[in-house]
Design a protein around this ligand. Structure first.
Ligand SMILES: [Zn+2]
Length: 117
């Protein structure tokens, strides 16, 4: 179960890694100080990553308003879930809104199946 994490947490990690990539790209650009054009390109590229992460953070905000707030049966804390199956943000307990899937092994493909219909 450890390899799964809540969808909102996953997107948050992705946005954070984008910010870091942006700063790393900008930092690499500083090594080319002798070539202002290259530095500018690196800076723009880094800025692009940071802007992209802002967009992703905005997207998380949008998703959070659509997420269903439930109380986790595993740890008793309130958590947000997206789609038909998700993972508790606090204890990684698999959660489902569909009674048919209750008790079944967690499988992220349940979400994909619903999207294909
Ligand atoms: Zn929990």
């Amino acid at each position: 179960m450890a390899k799964y994490s809540s969808k909102i947490n996953k997107i948050r990690t992705f946005a954070l890694s984008l910010i870091f990539s942006g700063f790393i790209v900008m930092y690499i650009g500083l090594f080319f100080r002798a070539h202002p054009v290259v530095v500018t390109l690196f800076m723009l590229f880094g800025l692009f990553f940071i802007l992209l992460s802002t967009v992703v953070y905005f997207w998380i905000g949008m998703l959070s308003t659509k997420a269903v707030q439930v109380v986790c049966p595993g740890c008793g804390k309130p958590t947000k879930m997206l789609g038909r199956v998700d993972i508790c943000m606090h204890c990684n307990e698999p959660l489902t809104l569909d009674p048919e899937l209750e008790g079944k092994a967690f499988d992220e493909s349940y979400n994909r199946k619903r999207l294909q219909k």
